[in-house]
Design a protein around this ligand. Structure first.
Ligand code: ATP
Ligand code: MG
Ligand code: MG
Length: 551
């Protein structure tokens, strides 16, 4: 179903290519407002627009929709550029700013006035709202609607020259106050705002409204297919009205096409809410790996390829739905399973002593780097009399079907020998601190031993050769699905970040650098975090191994 609907935008493009609506051109764009960090919903829009361009030998623009001087913060521009470049690695950077088109937008507004289809209105914002009518009742025409072209031209020019205060006048399109679509009831296209703008400074004190500016931005850049989300469907008639009434663009106006926004289970989306979490300290910043921002996914360890393939897999559709976050996790596991080397990491260590193994002996055990990808070769891992194993790989009194270590039971140490638990040591508080085993030299891994079988295999790290590390276990942001924008702060998962400070890793990990990814055997996929220093190694859990998603 999803795979077919991937085609609904491509189908439109195919028809346009066939009929030559835009010649052989396909040109898409992503138009963020620079007012926050991008999230995975934006990533979906970026991947979609970028791949539509790429598949059709077309062009993809990043355009900052910076027409509102009061709302934007230019500091977000850099993070957005970084994210788009990361998601689209071979993109030839085409970066534009809507505010660069203010002069042209003004000229096109003058054109509408000259055609008698735009007028300067003196009604206040409240009156305009009142006159607009409702879904069931038509609106009322403004008493200023029938001003002459000359009068409108003069007033609009005075608006531009700063002769009026904020709110004193607006420019409106003259369409139809009885239209069943409220967006067509003489929408405002310019308002007065005595504000300086980060790009144009104090040059302008009138600014175009989004619904008027957006189609012009698209058309000026030669965008052929303007892909946006469903909430703009009702705005499309006005989008089309603007372009069909502008001589430069009416021959081949840009086509607006809507699709459903992405929402993810167990995840709060929406810039405003994410901002609240950052500002009120519920997370450690915009790139906290629990966040659904692109910056956070990158830090968490997601690859651009995994996000692209996730976006392909969910497809595009007109029907609003919530995508299971398990699909995103499936995509990163799928991407890393053949790429990430495997390694042994003990996250909650307890000592294992092999009492019949010589004190000073060290052996180097060959361990495959990725059994599913033999090309990745193998490494030699030091082994000795004292090892660390996971605390929960030993139980004094095991339940049924527990196949790991307990008194009398034998397990395989991965890449090494069979060991049999003989006894254990407790501290004064009754906590187990050491497990004592004996090993059988006959059972060495790779020796072809077939004498007997064991049910459990556990991993280990040499107590003489380990590297210390901090490991941060991240989990879903929300506990369950029972949250909305009114209560999400109370519904945050209290266990979404667990920090383990005493982890023992294979010494081979010492060679690696920030951003390297691994599979820790039996634990999941991990990445070396940017907090890592020369002395202190920090890992983030990207995702656990097990999946409930059958992909
Ligand atoms: P938010 O709702 O999170 O505040 P926004 O819509 O205000 O986001 P913009 O900067 O206006 O953010 O969005 C840029 C583009 O990203 C728009 O074309 C918008 O339709 C698209 N977009 C925003 N959220 C999603 C989403 N969840 N899924 C897909 N596309 C989205
Ligand atoms: Mg928006
Ligand atoms: Mg928003």
């Amino acid at each position: 179903e999803n795979r077919e609907s991937v085609n609904f935008i491509q189908k439109i493009i195919n028809e346009d290519l066939e009929s030559g609506t835009y010649g052989n051109r396909v040109h898409t764009r992503f138009p963020p407002e620079p007012n926050g960090y991008l999230h995975v919903g934006h990533a979906k829009s970026i991947c979609l627009n970028y791949s539509l361009a790429k598949k059709n030998n077309g062009i993809f623009n990043l355009r900052f929709d910076d027409t509102n001087p009061t709302k934007e913060d230019i500091s977000f521009v850099e993070s957005i550029i970084k994210d788009v470049k990361w998601l689209c690695p071979d993109w030839e950077e085409r970066i534009f700013y809507a505010s660069d088109y203010f002069d042209q937008m003004y000229d096109y507004a003058v054109e509408l006035i000259k055609k008698g289809i735009a007028f300067v209105d003196d009604l206040s914002a409240e009156e305009i709202k009142e006159y607009r009518g409702t879904l069931t009742e038509p609106g009322k025409e403004s008493p200023f609607r029938n001003r002459t072209v000359e009068e409108n031209l003069e007033l609009f020019s005075k608006m531009k020259n700063g002769e009026f205060a904020n709110g004193e006048k607006v420019l409106r399109a003259k369409i139809d106050m009885a239209s069943p679509n409220i967006n067509m009831r003489d929408p405002v296209i310019y308002r007065i705002l005595h504000e300086s703008h980060h790009n144009t400074g104090d040059k302008w004190c009138i600014y175009p409204m989004y619904d008027y500016a957006h189609p012009l931005e698209d058309a000026i850049e030669g965008i052929t297919h303007s892909v946006c989300t469903l909430e703009f469907e009702d705005h499309r008639p006005f989008y089309d009205w603007v372009l069909s009434n502008t001589d430069d663009f009416k021959a081949a106006p840009t086509k607006q096409i809507e699709f459903a926004k992405l929402f993810l289970s167990k995840t709060m989306m929406g810039k405003r809410y994410l901002k609240k979490m950052v500002e009120e300290g519920y997370v450690d910043g915009w790139d906290d790996p629990r966040m659904p921002t692109v910056a956070a996914l990158r830090r968490r360890g997601y690859t651009p390829e995994s996000i692209q393939s996730f976006c392909e897999a969910i497809g595009v559709s007109k029907a609003q739905s919530v995508v299971d976050i398990a699909m995103l996790e499936f995509a990163i596991r799928d991407d890393l399973s053949l790429k990430a080397p495997r390694t042994m990491a003990v996250l909650d260590p307890i000592k294992l002593v092999i009492t019949n193994y010589p004190e000073d002996k060290i052996e180097y055990m060959e361990a495959e780097n990725n059994p599913d990808n033999p090309e990745m070769g193998s490494r030699m891992v030091p082994f000795g009399r004292e090892l660390y194993i996971e605390r929960d790989d030993f139980m004094e009194e095991p339940p049924k079907k527990y196949y790991r270590l307990f008194p009398g039971n034998e397990v395989r140490l991965r890449n090494a020998y069979f060991v049999k638990c003989e006894s254990f040591v407790k501290d004064e508080d009754g906590k187990v601190v050491e497990v004592h085993c004996t090993y059988d030299p006959e059972t060495k891994s790779g020796s072809g031993f077939t004498g007997r079988k064991v049910k459990g295999t556990i991993h280990w790290v040499s107590a003489k050769h380990y590297v210390d590390a901090e490991v941060r276990l991240y989990d879903y942001m929300m506990d369950d699905e029972d949250f909305d924008k009114s209560n999400f702060l109370e519904k945050l998962n209290p266990n979404s970040k667990i920090v383990l400070k005493n982890c023992k890793m294979e010494p081979t990990l010492k060679e690696n650098k920030i951003g390297d990814r691994f599979q820790f055997l039996r634990h999941g996929f991990f990445i070396i975090d940017q907090d890592t220093t020369e002395e202190h190694l920090v890992f983030n859990r990207i995702v656990q191994l097990k999946s409930s998603f059958k992909g």
